[in-house]
Ligand binder design. Structure first.
Ligand SMILES: Nc1ncnc2c1ncn2[C@@H]1O[C@H](COP(=O)(O)OP(=O)(O)O)[C@@H](O)[C@H]1O
Ligand SMILES: O=P(O)(O)O[C@H]1O[C@H](CO)[C@@H](O[C@H]2O[C@H](CO)[C@@H](O)[C@H](O)[C@H]2O)[C@H](O)[C@H]1O
Length: 487
């Protein structure tokens, strides 16, 4: 029997178009796919099982996005891989029937990625790199990370984590660029980079390039796996659950304060404060590595203009945002009216509790990619560091309301009592984070209250669009906290 042949494009495209919208990492769930084609197909592993690297061009709403898929091909799919199935192909022209599936779930196929990076191989347009001065073990199996994320990461033993960027951005990923720069600068708050994979676009001339003439596109990043790490989102949710589970006072609900939230066994405030300090230290290192510029007042006004534009776009697409638009715009206008020159620098750009890991050694920051919906130029642009602070403040709001917003069936009485608790938890941890940030040398959020609030609202608007496109069932989370912040 010959091994399954490379899939024929037409039938494969049909299968992929049905499978793609069901993937967590697909960022176009708010509309239909108008067209899907295979941009590049590279045979990475020949034989049975085999693996092809695909870049898909997905056309939606007049725009084309590129997604990366590792396509496994087997004659028969074993039961353990059934969850990863894309479909069964009848490739009659080759006289073979085979199954295609998401190879990220198949250690037999992903293990050779380590050897490719260790040996710095080139396979067609795919270029594998090892970070200077590091070795890469090649004897480890990878399995997909179970944490909530927008891409797919493979954890190899307890040594490495390899993030496969799913929706591709032109050019070198800011995640790679920033991690390399911070590691070189000796920053203690980022994991070491071991390798990466790039797509060489010099011969392509298509839309996959565009980050600069012939700039390679980063496809994957291999980092040190922080095995003692727990992500901030999980730690925060545990603390909220604990606080929600505290016995209720008898009689009418008393006014809860942020200090009451400290009575819970799983209080998070000391961690929030340390996280604030780590954030300020990373901001200091980013400023040293990439420099600081003085942004004139006109630039801040342009930024506010863009915030208003995003607000208009998202309000048009998500009607639930409209009741809050007036209050949000008022804060944006206040910042534009008082615009002054400000120091801008490279920042994280998409900072939240899922981007930080608490390890034995303290807090580590991850994922310097910026917001997935922004253009590459926007992600790299210097910004005010309080934008990151605002991102984390939003995350405290998310964590505080996640359990409430996801459980719509709570009796009103319970829901009201828990809303008070959510508020107390968020206030306590917001205050602790800001205190830690300012004490470690970051600009004091209290001294820039309107700016911080504007960044927070801008992030909330972004989140509403993100949830509508990526996780529609989460939409009530940011909406619920907006109702509180604008109410
Ligand atoms: N170096 C690492 N060590 C351990 N876990 C990690 C590491 N990097 C990422 N993770 C885990 O993977 C999750 C997703 O990582 P992230 O880089 O934010 O991916 P995405 O951009 O897809 O959201 C994190 O929340 C964390 O739980
Ligand atoms: O992690 P990414 O860089 O892919 O960021 C995107 O996805 C995040 C969710 O995975 C999203 O974050 C939002 O949800 C978080 C809880 O899952 C919450 O802590 C954040 O505050 C909230 O913004 C992020 O906005 C998006 O860009």
């Amino acid at each position: 029997m010959p091994p399954p042949a490379p899939p024929s494009e037409n039938s494969l495209v049909r299968l992929l178009a049905g499978w793609l919208p069901r993937q967590r990492w697909f960022g176009g769930k708010d509309g239909p796919i108008d067209d899907l084609s295979i941009g590049t197909i590279t045979e990475l592993l020949p034989g049975e099982p085999g693996m092809h690297h695909l870049i898909l061009d997905v056309r939606q709403n007049g725009e084309t996005d590129q997604y990366q898929v590792l396509l496994g091909v087997r004659r028969d799919l074993p039961e353990r891989l059934e969850g990863a199935a894309i479909g069964r192909l009848d490739v009659r022209e080759h006289g073979v029937i085979g199954s295609v599936y998401d190879a990220a779930h198949d250690p037999e196929l992903t293990r050779p990625l380590l050897a490719h990076m260790a040996d710095e191989r080139v396979v067609g347009p795919l270029v594998f790199h090892r970070a200077p001065g590091t070795g890469i073990r090649t004897d480890l199996d990878g399995s997909p990370n179970t944490a909530e994320q927008s891409n797919t990461s493979l954890v190899f033993g307890d040594a490495y984590i390899c993030k496969l960027f799913r929706r591709l951005s032109p050019g070198v990923s800011p995640d790679l660029e920033v991690n390399l720069a911070l590691s070189r600068a000796g920053c203690e708050h980022v994991p070491a980079v071991h390798g990466w994979i790039e797509l060489d676009t010099s011969g392509a001339g298509g839309e996959t390039g565009g980050g600069g003439a012939d700039e390679p596109v980063t496809l994957a990043l291999l980092s040190e796996f922080l095995r003692t790490g727990t992500d901030g989102w999980q730690l925060a949710l545990t603390s909220v659950r604990d606080w929600f589970g505290q016995p209720c006072h008898p009689g009418p609900a008393p006014e809860l304060t942020a200090d009451d939230a400290g009575d819970a066994g799983g209080d998070f405030a000391a961690e929030a404060e340390r996280l604030g300090a780590a954030t300020a230290e990373v901001h200091r290192d980013l400023a040293a590595a990439f420099g600081v510029t003085r942004a004139p007042p006109e630039l801040l006004r342009e930024i506010v203009f863009a915030m208003n534009e995003q607000l208009d776009q998202v309000s048009a697409a998500v009607p639930e945002l409209r009741p809050h638009a007036h209050a949000i715009r008022a804060v944006f206008d206040e910042v534009a009216a008082g615009a002054a020159a400000l120091p801008f620098q490279r920042v994280h750009g998409d900072y939240h509790l899922g981007q930080v890991l608490r390890t034995d050694a303290g807090w580590t920051l991850l994922d310097f990619e910026g917001e997935p919906a922004r253009t590459p130029a926007e992600r790299r642009a210097p910004a005010h560091p309080l934008r990151d602070v605002a991102g984390m403040l939003r995350s405290f709001e998310y964590a505080a309301r996640f359990l409430l917003a996801r459980d719509g069936d709570l009796p009103p009485h319970t829901a009201d009592a828990l809303e008070l608790r959510a508020r107390a938890w968020a206030d306590r941890n917001r205050a602790a984070f800001c205190a830690g940030y300012a004490a470690a040398g970051g600009p004091d959020p209290a001294a820039h209250a309107a700016l911080t609030r504007a960044f927070e609202f801008d992030k909330a608007v972004y989140e509403i669009r993100y949830e509508a496109r990526n996780r529609p069932s989460w939409l009530p989370v940011p909406l619920r906290s907006l109702a509180r912040l604008t109410g």
